[in-house]
Design a protein around this ligand. Structure first.
Ligand code: MN
Length: 279
């Protein structure tokens, strides 16, 4: 047994995307360009409608997957293949863009809190031109396990403590956990030994990770190992941690905005296909 330790710490940077949605970019920014197979992690959260109301009008994706985890609020997605759906509080959408989609992601509320994450997961070269696929998962389909006193783990993807998350058929064998800790709680979370992994504290003040402290809105890149030790001091505020892991692809990455391929030539092809309406 070897516990993972923190190899790098990163704080997100404020930015805006889409038609002016304010968000914090944690992965996919100068301090952490990517964490193979993860290309981007955005956190959004505001109860000011002006921060999110413009949404993400029609835009393309090719060569990777987007994972939207809604904590609060409602977002409507609609694509050029006729798919649409409503992402509600507590739901997740694992979208495999594959060879290409053009879609919009628009808030379906004019006031109130909108909060969540979007993670981009790379696809292997052999899967980049696969057919688009959606896994829209309602909140009640995401199981919660209580492996220790004061600990609740929502299992979006992967298998921990005998509970399997609903996301299936994803090549990087993802683990995606939303871990809520009460003061004094502690647990050891098993993770596949050679997966890339990160932890991100999104509620509370700070969490103990092994012998170190991880602060609010701080992302820890984790070294290799088959578990992560998390704990919360008995006088701390309740906390929540996003813990995500995936098998690295170890392939070349050519990236331009919403197109992520292996070579610059494939990026040019993606732009031509998009402009010609071949998505
Ligand atoms: Mn999108």
């Amino acid at each position: 047994m070897s516990s993972r330790t923190i190899t790098r710490r990163v704080r997100g940077i404020p930015t805006s995307d889409g038609a002016g949605v304010k968000l914090t970019r944690v992965i996919g920014q100068p301090k952490l360009d990517a964490l193979d197979p993860f290309l981007l992690l955005d956190e959004f959260g505001s109860d000011a409608a002006t921060d999110y109301i413009a949404g993400f009008p029609d835009h393309p994706h090719r060569g990777f997957e987007t994972v939207t985890y809604m904590l609060d609020g409602r977002m409507r997605h609609r694509d050029n293949h006729g798919n649409s759906g409503l992402l509600e509080s507590g739901s997740v959408q694992w979208m495999t863009a594959g060879r290409g989609i053009v879609h919009s992601e628009m808030p379906e509320q004019e006031h109130g809190l909108m909060r969540g994450f979007q993670l981009w997961v790379n696809l292997a070269a052999k899967d980049k031109m696969t057919q688009p696929r959606y896994q829209d998962i309602a909140p009640e389909k995401i199981p919660t396990v209580e492996p220790a006193p004061g600990v609740k783990v929502r299992v979006v993807a992967g298998e921990v403590f005998g509970v399997r998350g609903p996301v299936d058929g994803i090549a990087i064998a993802p683990v995606y956990l939303d871990i809520a800790l009460e003061p004094g709680a502690k647990l050891s979370v098993p993770l596949p030994e050679n997966h890339s992994a990160f932890a991100y504290v999104f509620e509370g003040d700070a969490v103990q990770l092994g012998s170190e402290t991880l602060g609010l809105r701080e992302l820890a890149v984790l070294g290799k190992g088959d578990s992560v030790e998390l704990a919360l001091a008995s006088d701390a505020k309740a906390a929540r941690v996003l813990l995500v892991a995936g098998r690295p692809l170890n392939e070349s990455v050519a990236r331009y905005g919403p197109f992520v391929m292996n070579t610059p030539e494939q990026i040019v092809q993606a732009m031509q296909d998009y402009q010609a309406g071949r998505f």
